[in-house]
Design a protein around this ligand. Sequence first.
Ligand code: ATP
Length: 320
Amino acid sequence: MIQATGITKRYGRFTAVQGLDLEVPDGVVCGLLGPNGAGKTTTIRMVTGMLPPDEGTLRVAGHPMPAGRRRALARLGYLPESAPSYPEMRVAEYLRFRGRILGLDRGTIRRTSDAALDACDLAGVAGRLVGQLSKGFRQRVGLAAALLGDPALLVLDEPTVGLDPRQLRDFRRLVRRLAEERTILLSSHIMQEIEAVADRVVIMHRGRKLADGTIDELRRAAPGRNIGRVSIEVDRRPALESALRAIASQIDGAEIDLATVSQGDLRFEFAGPDRSRECGRAIHESGGVAVELGHESPGLESRFLELLDHERGSQEGAGP
Ligand code: ATP
């Protein structure tokens, strides 16, 4: 549905997106994740035909951009970061108005606005003024407007900014439901957001792609941590410590952190894949009791932060 190769966008002398490759297959929910200023909105503006790439090639729904923009736009629904809202219009009236702006014929407007009202659970407020709705409902009105014409591709730029936790949950459910029949590209700077709705994620920073893969692939790429707390006689402690060090030393680059919590209470931690069985055996053999033992599998968040830290490190290392 989206195929971008090496797309670049400059604002004057500033490069906002640099040589980005992006591949979003049909039926997939792809999250663009990155901190503020990463280039997400600029990427979305290129995909939605609002800005032509300065370099690279971009195809949306099979059409080259910007040459095939009109045909691509006919298959695309877009919810911008600050969705235009017409507070003085009633919800159904607003959708008809948007449909006319899009150049849809009357029948298509009627059919797809009714379907969008249903899909976004807005049928009950179709006659209400947009300005009198809560932020969560207004966001759904924006989404319903993006669904006019029944597009195969939905593009949502930071769609949940400003929603409260319940609105957030409802909105995520709605996005998942819409994803059953469409391809979705959505941006966010919140990793939990992407984790909750996306199948794939593209992590961006300073206009470049740092990582690209399924949520599971990225999660697996983060090493996780082995942690334990042991109650043990003081004279048995050296034997346990050396057994734990030996386990950690088999993992590349893992440094064990051993600390006394209280007398007879030892805490340890080291990065890497799950070694809780081996640690449990060592604790048992040294006569200790495991008060706590386990492996913390990292979320996407730690992978994201790790990538940003790594990027920062390499930029600083590059010197002035
Ligand atoms: P945010 O989450 O803050 O919206 P983003 O990842 O969407 O960030 P962009 O809005 O694409 O990032 O901006 C990328 C960079 O380009 C930023 O440094 C921004 O200041 C700059 N930028 C964006 N639009 C323009 C513009 N019209 N003119 C000049 N610079 C711009």
